[in-house]
Design a protein around this ligand. Structure first.
Ligand code: ATP
Ligand code: MG
Length: 508
């Protein structure tokens, strides 16, 4: 159904090439013309599409100070109202930002061939209509059939069904202040991916859950089959699979001389038929202790560093879990880091898993995957002084992952602290409320699509609203995020209830 919105007219030097005003038709139905609505008009160049940028209400009566004074001083304004029907003089105008001229394929009205830049203004007197849903889907680049349903495109009735290929072919970031709804949105995305039709094809998901917020997923009967939770207390890095430079990476105080010494001992162990694929850091230490040749102080220092590594209890003869076996398409593997306090240990775990995953992916031993990193600023910080062990591999996946179908999702509440290299590779951005001016500036620097105008809108977004921009769609849109289908029983408990429960626990 074609809905007429109004008529283009002349107002304050407009229309020009980039904007046109129209007088909003008075409506009898319930349909409201709102800011953010997509509209079109036939201009001399063809089908001109735009978005309502501003709405202004005008009333000639009240533009004159003397009339208002008369209104105010008269004891009975109703008499004046009877004499002058001021309400009939009220009218609304909308200022539309032009987005492009749509050229259709074979004269159809829905199949877009290409979108051209405007070079000529809209014509005053022409009618303005609301863009219909099918065309809007195509214009924005949504996938009505197989897309991931994140909610509704703001002010319209269109579902924001994001094309999965366009979102996951490149990387994306979810950014907002703390409590802005990043984890909530991530849960919505995970629901969509896990519940997609099997024959649509869906990558594996790997998620580092820093606060244990996603553990509820394996209690949901419909999803349980597709969720595997890996408790980090059983996590083990295989020492025989560790290249020598990993020792230096995980224990950066080891000097180059000591690394050379260490290489000799590892070579020796690799020659040992019994120990070959089974040795631990303890075995290396033992070997060094029994060695009599060479520089004693180098050996002693090396033992010190290795013992320190061993105390992290992350290293063993074999990898656990064996990543090649647990990563499966359309299944999510959640690494629960909730109980781990040491940031160094967390970084080592994330580094090892990312390295192995990317290596296995390059050998085609695991399916294409989506790697979700919560609190990404902890694992891939910008500042040079906060050397994060996991930073190089995350930046490498950000730079090269696309060629191997390895998609990164970086989630952060402090975009400013997040590595610019990694952030600028996130071609799509889901931005929820951000208030901090430094973070906003950083965001504007890392993406040319975020103008000052968008930055202002981002700082006033409410909970459940986001701005989606970048490679996933053709044109930035505001989305009302849908409710998630499943939730854990514990998360809605109030502070007061937790206090009450706590008291009861103490009394028992
Ligand atoms: N789309 C939404 N609809 C309804 N409630 C929401 C929505 N998004 C977030 N919330 C609510 O807002 C609160 C904070 O959300 P969430 O935990 O996702 O924030 P966050 O950005 O991940 O915060 P943090 O940075 O601290 O991890 C939650 O209680 C959640 O229920
Ligand atoms: Mg969160």
């Amino acid at each position: 159904m074609v809905i007429k919105a109004g008529i283009v007219f002349n107002y304050l030097q407009l229309p020009d090439v980039s904007q046109f005003p129209f007088v909003i038709s008075k409506r009898t139905d319930k349909f409201f013309i709102q800011k953010g609505l997509f509209v079109y008009t036939e201009s001399n160049e063809g089908f001109l599409i735009g978005i309502i940028d501003r709405i202004i209400l005008l009333n000639e009566y009240f533009s004159d100070a003397l009339t208002i004074k008369a209104y105010n001083t008269n004891n009975n304004p109703n008499i004046l109202k009877g004499l002058f029907p001021s309400e009939d003089f009220e009218f609304a105008i909308a200022i539309v930002k032009c987005l492009g001229i749509i050229k259709f394929k074979n004269n159809s009205k829905t199949n877009i061939d290409k979108i051209l830049r405007m070079t000529y203004p809209a014509s005053p007197g022409r009618e303005v209509y609301i863009v219909e849903e099918d065309l809007l889907n195509e214009f924005i680049g949504l996938d009505k059939e197989k897309g991931l349903n994140l909610g509704k495109v703001k002010v319209t009735n269109t579902n924001a069904k994001i094309n999965m290929n366009r979102l996951l072919n490149k990387h994306y970031a979810i950014l907002s202040i703390s409590g802005g709804g990043k984890s909530y949105l991530t849960s919505v995305l995970i629901e969509e991916l896990l519940k997609r039709e099997e024959d649509y094809g869906t990558p594996a998901i790997i998620l580092f859950d820093v606060h244990g917020e996603y553990l509820y997923l394996n209690k949901v009967p419909e999803l349980k089959e597709r969720v595997s939770i890996q408790d980090i207390s059983y996590f083990q890095i295989s020492v025989p699979k560790m290249p020598i430079y990993f020792f230096k990476k995980y224990q950066e105080d080891i000097s180059n001389v000591q690394v050379r010494e260490l290489a000799k001992f590892i070579k020796k162990l690799k020659r040992d038929e019994k120990k070959k694929n089974q040795y631990t850091i303890g075995d290396i230490i033992e070997l060094i202790e029994n060695e009599l040749d060479g520089n004693k102080s180098t050996r002693q220092a090396l033992i010190g560093w290795l013992s320190d590594l061993e105390r992290l209890t992350l290293f063993g003869p074999q990898e656990n879990p064996i990543l090649d076996n647990i990563i499966e398409k359309q299944k999510i593997t959640i690494f629960n880091l909730q109980k781990e306090i040491s940031i160094r240990k967390k970084q080592i775990i994330v580094d090892y898993i990312c390295n192995r995953l990317f290596y296995l992916r390059r050998l085609n031993k695991v399916p294409p995957f989506l790697l979700i990193i919560e609190e990404a600023h902890q694992f891939c910080p910008e500042a040079a002084h906060s050397k994060a062990i996991s930073k190089p591999i995350i930046e490498m996946i950000a730079r090269e992952g696309r060629k191997f179908m390895s998609c990164l999702c970086l989630i952060s509440q402090r975009p400013k602290r997040l590595s610019t290299t990694a952030l600028s590779q996130c071609n799509s951005k889901m931005v929820l409320n951000i208030k901090n001016p430094y973070d906003l500036k950083h965001l504007m620097d890392s993406s040319e699509a975020i103008t000052k105008e968008y930055a202002n809108m981002i700082s006033s977004l409410g909970v459940g609203e986001m701005l989606l921009m970048g490679a996933a769609i053709n044109y930035p849109i505001f989305v009302d995020i849908r409710e998630r289908e499943y939730r854990s029983d514990t998360e809605e408990i109030s502070l007061a209830q937790i206090c009450l429960n706590w008291q009861n626990k103490q009394l028992k």
